[in-house]
Write a protein of this length. Structure first.
Length: 202
């Protein structure tokens, strides 16, 4: 397994990231813990160190299962999770990019994962409502508190990433070098490109 730097950061991640969206069977598809452990062990044995989840994957089971899988090797692994999607229908503040949702989602994720920090915390989706400076300041506060080391965006318009990068450079924030999923932004702004795939079946 080869490693690359994540964007302009000093963080080194394996070229292949293990996505855990289907760790758990609550969504009507996915795999049970024994099968997930086999996948995880094979990935780590091949030299992988980058594992990604999200607070909504299989209703939180993905994060709880991942906690058991990473427990013996947490320091070596780069653990990423995401927030934004609603986790409690009927509660308008249990989703989106607000400071309140980021705070409660991050704390819940850390509890489920059994860790006191995340290596990478992704904004899962742009909600189209939260002021970007509120989101960036909340991410910055979480970085300063030691709860997250790096930040990133997933499933957001290119203009949001460009504006976030500009704000991070102009304001004194600890969230520059935002990894983006846009190749041109990666080249121009120095973000990190982490392409996604449903599966590598080969």
């Amino acid at each position: 397994m080869r490693f690359r730097q994540l964007g302009r950061s000093g963080l080194k991640v394996s070229e292949i990231c293990l996505g855990t969206m289907t760790f758990g069977e609550e969504s009507g598809f996915g795999a049970g813990e024994a099968e997930c452990r086999r996948m995880f062990d094979a990935y780590v044995a091949a030299g992988g160190n980058f594992v990604d989840t999200a607070n909504i994957y299989t209703g939180g089971t993905s994060e709880r299962m991942l906690a058991r899988l990473i427990a013996g090797d947490r320091a070596r692994l780069v653990v990423a999770s995401k927030f934004s999607m609603s986790t409690q229908p009927g509660d308008p503040n249990a989703g989106g990019n607000s400071r309140k949702n980021l705070h409660q989602a991050l704390d819940a994720t850390l509890r489920r994962l059994g860790t006191d920090y995340l290596d990478l915390y992704w904004v899962h989706a742009w909600d189209g409502m939260t002021p970007l400076d509120e989101l960036l300041r909340a991410l910055d506060d979480a970085v300063r508190a030691g709860k997250i080391l790096y930040t990133g965006f997933s499933n957001v318009p290119a203009w949001v990433v460009a504006r976030a990068q500009t704000l991070a450079e102009v304001k004194p924030l600890d969230v520059p070098r935002l990894p983006s999923g846009i190749a041109e932004l990666d080249r121009v702004l120095g973000g990190g490109l982490v392409p996604g795939s449903v599966a590598l079946l080969g």
